[in-house]
Design a protein around this ligand. Structure first.
Ligand code: SF4
Length: 344
C-alpha cells in the first residue's frame, strides 16, 4: 500500500524545487499566501481553459480591476467583453455576482473558510476548497480531474469512473493535513498537470514512482479506469412509400409514446434484428435500396420499398416536398431514396 506520509513529504519536496511559476501564485512556502481574489479569479478561469490561455485574461482582469471591490463596481458589459474568448458567459455573470456579494456583504473581504466560500453565489465545492487551501492555508480537500487521476494511479483503483469518484475523493482526503495544505493542493495540481499527465505520464520524472501501484503494475495510463462505451445495437426495418395518383406520399402520425413519438413518419415495419417485411397493402412493390441512420441507442438500416397505391386508412397525403419538410431526418432520407414520384 502506498505510504501516505512518504508521498506527502516527497511530493512537497518536489514542489519546493519544481513548482510552476504562475502569475496568480505565491511561491512555495511563501509567508504571504496568494491573494484570495487572485486565487478565486484564476480558479474560475481555469475551469474554462488551460493555464496558458487563461494567463493573459487574468493579467487583463487584475490590471483593470485590481481588487474584488473594483470588479464588483464594474459595468456588466465591460466584464462580459473582457471575458469574451473564455466561453460560458454564465460563469462571467456568476463571477460578477460573487464579486458583488463579497463587496456588498463581506466588506470586500473573502470569507476565509470553505463553508463561508461555498455560501457565495456561483462558488462550487471545488473552488471553495481551492481558495480555502491556497489563499487561507485551510486543510481542504481540493479534488479536480487531475487529482482524481493521480489518486486512481497511485492506488490502482479498479472501479471505473464516474462510480469511483467518491472513493478517489476519500483517498485524496487521506493526504490532507494542517501542514502546508495550500502547497499540498498545488503540488498535486502540478504533478497532475505536468508529470502524471492523462496520456503518457512521465513516471521517470515523478517523485513518487516508488509508491505508485499503477506504475508498479506496468500500465499507469490505464487509470482512471473508464468503461468502454457500450456498442450500439443494430436494427433493421422496412419503410413503405405509397404514392397516390397525384404524386403524393402517404404519411402516418406516430404514436405519442416511443421513438419519434407524435411526429409524422412513413409507414414502417418494426425495427429489430428480424423485422416483419409484410407490406401494409398488396401492391406492386419495388425495392429502392436502403438508408442508414444512427439514433442515440441503436443504428438502423431501413430498406425502402415503393409502390403506387392509395389505400384507405389513417394516412396524411403530402407531396414530396412538403412531406420532406415535415418528416424527421430518418424518414426524409427514406423518401429521398424512393426517388421522384414522376420517375417511380
Ligand atoms: Fe503518475 Fe507515474 Fe507518478 Fe504514478 S509514477 S503518480 S502514474 S506519474
Amino acid at each position: 500500500m502506498p505510504d501516505v506520509s512518504l508521498i506527502r513529504s516527497e511530493l512537497l519536496a518536489w514542489y519546493d524545487a519544481h513548482a510552476r511559476s504562475l502569475v496568480w501564485r505565491a511561491p512555495p512556502g511563501a509567508e504571504g499566501r496568494s491573494e484570495p481574489y487572485r486565487v478565486w479569479l484564476s480558479e474560475v478561469m481555469l475551469q474554462q481553459t488551460t493555464t496558458p490561455h487563461a494567463t493573459p485574461y487574468f493579467l487583463n482582469f487584475t490590471a483593470r480591476w485590481p481588487t474584488v471591490s473594483d470588479l464588483a463596481a464594474a459595468e456588466d458589459a465591460d466584464v462580459m467583453a473582457a471575458w469574451a474568448g473564455l466561453g460560458y458567459y454564465a460563469r462571467a455573470r456568476n463571477l460578477l455576482a460573487c464579486a458583488r456579494a463579497v463587496a456588498g456583504e463581506h466588506g470586500g473581504v473573502f470569507p476565509d473558510t470553505e463553508a463561508g466560500l461555498l455560501a457565495l453565489p456561483g462558488v462550487g465545492a471545488y473552488t471553495a476548497a481551492a481558495v480555502a487551501a491556497i489563499a487561507f492555508d485551510r486543510a481542504a480537500n481540493v479534488v479536480d480531474g487531475n487529482v482524481e487521476r493521480v489518486m486512481a494511479r497511485l492506488f490502482a483503483v479498479e472501479t471505473p469512473v464516474p462510480a469511483a469518484r467518491p472513493e478517489l475523493k476519500r483517498l485524496a482526503e487521506r493526504f490532507v493535513t494542517d501542514c502546508r495544505p495550500g502547497d499540498w493542493a498545488q503540488a498535486l495540481m502540478d504533478l497532475g498537470a505536468t508529470v502524471c499527465r492523462p496520456k503518457s505520464p512521465l513516471c521517470g520524472s515523478c517523485p513518487v514512482t516508488n509508491q505508485c501501484l499503477g506504475f508498479a503494475g506496468g500500465t499507469p495510463e490505464r487509470y482512471p479506469v473508464k468503461l468502454k462505451k457500450a456498442e450500439r445495437p443494430h436494427r433493421k426495418g422496412f419503410a413503405w412509400v405509397m404514392i397516390d395518383g397525384q404524386g403524393r406520399a402517404a404519411l402516418q402520425r406516430r404514436p405519442d409514446k416511443g421513438l419519434l413519438g407524435g411526429m409524422l413518419g412513413l409507414p414502417t415495419s418494426d425495427w429489430s434484428a428480424e423485422p416483419d417485411g409484410s407490406p401494409p397493402v398488396a401492391a406492386d412493390w419495388r425495392e429502392a435500396g436502403a438508408i442508414e441512420h444512427v439514433f442515440t441507442h441503436f443504428s438502423l438500416t431501413l430498406t425502402v420499398r415503393v409502390a403506387h397505391a392509395a389505400p384507405d386508412g389513417d394516412y396524411e397525403w403530402r407531396d414530396f416536398e412538403t412531406a420532406r419538410a415535415a418528416l424527421p431526418t430518418v424518414f426524409a432520407k427514406a423518401l429521398d431514396r424512393a426517388g421522384e414520384p414522376a420517375l417511380i
